[in-house]
Design a protein around this ligand. Structure first.
Ligand code: BGC
Length: 773
């Protein structure tokens, strides 16, 4: 009896175990590897289901597989905050009340922090906001290189230097993805200007491609392990980059081992056959009549939808390519929508505002702070930080003091829960510190008075009836009465003023701001100019204006961050992530006449612009250095501010550069150490920058290249030893004959400096020679 019962019990248990196993199919079984689960899911999916998951079903989502329990995939811009929801198939706002976000500083500001911890914090905070909003993929970060200061989207990117952008993008991606939200690094590749971006065909040497334009993407993929990448609109080798054989199949997937999903930029896909064979995995945003107008809910007409299915049914393709695409999409599902370990998201938390503030404060760059004589006296003190014990009247001038900058600029435009405007931030901080300092405001100029952008209403009305002369006269008159004048000017993310879709038309400030600045400084020499932009601008008046601050587009806490720097609660420590040219002819893309390229007619009748990057690897400071070394006596080569430049309210001294050895081997490392002392009266941070020069090479090389940096915080009179370690990748170049990176033995020189200024820069530079065996 007992035996019979045991046998029965065993049988029941065994059957239910089998049933239990059957209830958890392999693709849902967390205990087996992801690839095995993908294999199982792939086997179960029908052709229709496979085709469905490789293209969009709405403006920002693509379907999962309902029958198997895979949820839909939701993407969203990116990269500075989570974009508000739009209607299913329209660009119009969905009118949600739960999609107001925290705007983090634009990525140029993040790069200007030169602090990788800030990039990690950025990614994590954004990831939490995305999670709350149910977004699985953030369309960012952007790492296209700043090749010309006219580039309309430079504000969304991380500057001109491949090493700096690489170091900053990796922690952003890791931070974001640690929350179970995919980064979609964009725009791969060579999308360095915006004008006619769908028609630009970039011609670039392999060396420049690999040394300048690809490293940040490669770092995001190989070190950051990015789960998605977005193809760019433009062409390379006459093929659109969303289905470009060389960029996607050869470099990204074969050479770099990218295992994630290639997503087309919205409307960047142009051909079913190229999309099938050239590495595109997920199609979004296609305008289905192929021109400028889209049809409603035309997702079945996408290049990777019915048209693809037809080709498979006709036997023109097997499901080989399709299965590979679906495998990648499923991998993305397991990493995001199917990730059961995801943390909980939250929106507009105190911690997110703190992160936004901190990053903004660290990225603001003090460009100039010369002593200003008090009336009728010589010598004098710098204007900044503003001493509120001696200041009774502050005049704030400029539209950018009262204009929201989180709206505008294209797809990165946001709907914020709060944005502190510069005037309000200053008012708050001044009131909290002084009972008898008044702030007055004068508009000074009119720039962009648009009241709403993408359906998001701009808080304060910027409507103005007075003429430019009246506005200027009012500002100048008030300036005469003020102890200090602070002008917030610059660009504003409206069309042609740092905005997607177009480049800037001019390097000069728009809206008559140069004339206004000249008039203000003539009326009152105690003028602080705060430039709001993501790009350098011409500053013909720089010699006359004693204090200049680069304020970027810095998000929700903009006013608070700017004010804290202006009154000295925060000591600025940002450094420029690009060269601030005096004029466009100092920039390689312009000096060689290769921007914006040459129109060519195509047989189809659609024009193509060939843009030949003739400056080659000499982008940014590399061009300045080259010109200075080739023509040391020539005039007009010095930029207004070099790459890596930024002042502080204190001063720093670098001393005693030493290397742990004089020789290194190809598989070895070398550590440089320098003593950094805060020689002034404020606590503050300095960025120690390490540049490497190849003293004997078989190919032309840049005079120097950034290969390391470290930000250090020091109390007054404190000294710290700062070490930076390199390996031979810091010495290598891309050999276009061999098609690979290579290092040549020989002599190198390390320069440790506070900025990337060239021969003519006055800043301190310590040098050490070493040899690669
Ligand atoms: C932009 C992308 C953006 C996408 C979706 C495109 O126009 O180039 O950066 O992610 O739109 O909004």
């Amino acid at each position: 009896m007992t035996r019979c019962f045991s046998v029965l019990l065993f049988t029941v248990l065994a059957v239910s175990a089998v049933r239990g196993q059957q209830q958890v199919p392999a693709y849902l079984d967390d205990r087996i590897s992801e690839e095995q689960r993908i294999d199982d899911a792939l086997k179960r999916m029908t052709l229709d289901e496979k085709i469905a998951v490789i293209h969009a079903q709405s403006k920002f989502s693509s379907p999962g597989v309902k029958r198997l329990g895979f949820p839909d995939l939701w993407t969203d811009d990116g990269p500075h905050g989570v974009r508000p929801d739009v209607l299913w198939d329209e660009w119009e706002q969905a009118g949600q009340t739960n999609d107001s976000c925290v705007a983090f500083p634009a990525l140029t500001c993040l790069a200007a922090t030169w602090n990788t911890d800030m990039a990690r914090l950025y990614g994590e905070s954004l990831g939490e906001e995305a999670l709350y909003r149910g977004k699985n993929v953030i369309l960012g970060p952007g790492v296209n290189i700043n090749r010309t200061p006219l580039g309309g989207r430079n504000f969304e990117y991380m500057g001109e230097d491949p090493y700096l952008a690489s170091r900053m993008v990796v922690p952003y991606v890791k931070g974001l993805q640690s929350k179970g939200v995919a980064a979609c690094v964009k725009h791969y590749a060579l999308n360095n200007d915006e004008e006619y971006r769908h028609q630009v065909n970039v011609i670039v040497s392999d060396r420049a491609l690999h040394e300048i334009y690809l490293p940040a993407f490669r770092a995001a993929v190989q070190e950051g392990k990015a789960w998605a990448i977005m193809g760019a609109y433009n062409l390379y080798q006459n093929q659109h980059n969303c289905h470009n054989a060389v960029l996607l199949n050869n470099i990204l997937k074969r050479d770099w081992g990218f295992d994630g999903v290639v997503i087309s930029d919205w409307g960047g896909c142009h051909s079913t056959e190229e999309a099938i064979v050239n590495g595109l995995d997920l199609e979004f945003g296609t305008w289905t009549d192929g021109l400028t107008m889209g049809k409603t809910n035309a997702y079945d007409s996408y290049y990777l939808a019915e048209a693809y299915k037809r080709l498979i049914r006709e036997g023109r393709y097997t499901t080989k390519e399709l299965d590979e695409k679906v495998r990648r999409v499923l991998r993305l599902f397991y990493r995001t929508t199917m990730n059961r370990q995801k943390p909980v998201g939250f929106l507009c938390s105190d911690s997110h505002y703190e992160a936004a503030l901190k990053i903004a404060q660290e990225g603001i760059v003090l460009l100039k702070n010369s002593p200003v004589p008090a009336s009728n006296r010589k010598g004098g003190e710098p204007l900044l930080p503003i001493d509120l014990t001696k200041t009774k009247r502050i005049l704030v001038v400029g539209e950018n003091a009262i204009k929201m900058m989180t709206v505008g600029g294209g797809s990165s435009s946001l709907k914020v829960q709060k944005e502190i405007l510069p005037l309000d931030g200053l008012q708050r901080i001044v009131n909290s510190k002084s009972s008898d300092c008044e702030i007055e405001y004068a508009r000074g100029y009119v720039g962009d008075t648009v009241q709403s952008y993408n359906g998001v209403t701009v808080g304060r009305s910027l409507y103005e009836t007075r003429s430019a002369e009246e506005l200027r006269a009012e500002a100048v008159e008030k300036a005469r009465q003020a102890d200090v004048v602070i002008m917030f000017g610059g660009l504003n993310k409206s069309d042609y003023q740092d905005c997607e879709g177009h480049d800037r038309k001019q390097f000069e400030l728009p809206y008559g701001q140069d004339e206004l600045i000249e008039a203000l400084v003539a009326a009152n020499p105690r003028l602080v100019y705060v430039n709001i932009s993501g790009n350098a601008v011409a500053m013909p008046w720089l010699g006359k204006v004693p204090a200049v601050v680069q304020g970027w587009f810095i998000g929700s806490e903009a006013g608070e961050a700017l004010a804290s720097v202006l009154v000295g609660d925060v000591n600025p420590s940002g450094k420029l992530p690009f060269t601030w040219y005096a004029s466009l002819d100092q920039c390689g893309a312009h000096a060689t006449g290769s921007y914006p390229g040459v129109w060519r007619e195509q047989e189809s009748g659609r024009g193509i612009i060939d843009e030949d990057y003739k400056e080659d690897i000499y982008v940014g400071y590399r061009w300045i250095d080259k010109m200075e070394s080739q023509m040391p006596k020539a005039k007009g080569q010095k930029p207004l501010f070099p790459f890596g430049y930024g002042l502080s309210y204190t001063t720093f001294e670098l001393k005693n550069l030493r290397a742990d050895k004089q020789e290194m081997t190809a598989d070895g490392q070398l550590t440089f150490t320098v003593d950094v002392t805060n020689t002034g009266n404020y606590a503050g941070s300095e960025v120690v920058q390490l540049y490497i020069s190849d003293m004997q090479a078989s190919v032309p090389r840049p005079v120097k290249e950034l290969k390391g940096f470290s930000k250090v915080f020091l109390q007054p009179r404190e000294t710290r030893a700062v070490s930076i370690t390199i390996d031979s990748t810091a010495l290598s170049f891309y050999d276009d004959k061999l098609g690979q990176w290579t290092t040549e033995p020989g002599e190198f020189e390390a320069t440790v400096a506070q900025d990337g200024g060239g021969l003519k820069a006055k800043s301190q530079k310590l040098k050490a020679k070493f040899v690669l065996r």
